[in-house]
Design a protein around this ligand. Sequence first.
Ligand code: GAR
Length: 197
Amino acid sequence: MNAGRAKKANLAVFVSGRGSNLDSIISSCADGELEPLARVALVVASKSSAAALEIAESSGIDRFIYSKDIPLENLLAALADRDVSFIVLAGYVKKIEDEILQNFSGNILNIHPALLPKFGGKGMYGKKVHQAVIESGEKVSGATVHYVSEVYDAGKILDQETVSIDADETVDSLAVKVLQIEHELYPRSIAIALRSL
Ligand code: GAR
């Protein structure tokens, strides 16, 4: 008997800011690496001002604003209502609660704009990371996709991509270079993770 094509995974993408990785994931679900594997069922934002929410809205994707005053139970219910099986952090700056880690054990990925295990940890996000990389005199940087554990940026590494740092590199130019590779790396890594489930 033909079992047919496996059911697509429902992803929740967690964001706090601009949402360019969210955009690349949505595109990849429509016509790319993730097309046969997943759809974005929910975008969770840590604040209502996150520009990523506009990307979700224009793509017709449900949004949930998980600001300080919203109970965790409400978020868990929103995830369950959409049958979410996999969580993708894309520029999300809040800590993931233990209950979410337990409910989605081994099914949460994060992208970090440097080559972990270097330049990670609490408070290391966005331009602060690139600043630290340049100040340290590194010749290479990149992006890392890793599974999320209870310790910031310390879960098992799934994939990495590198960029070279030029002599006249600035924080802004490095940020642009790294973001460019993130947009390829993240959909590819999510596909690897979903295929291995
Ligand atoms: C990305 O560069 C991502 O790697 C970084 O935030 C940016 C989000 O951009 N994440 C971290 O620094 C996490 N520690 P985006 O909102 O355009 O996807």
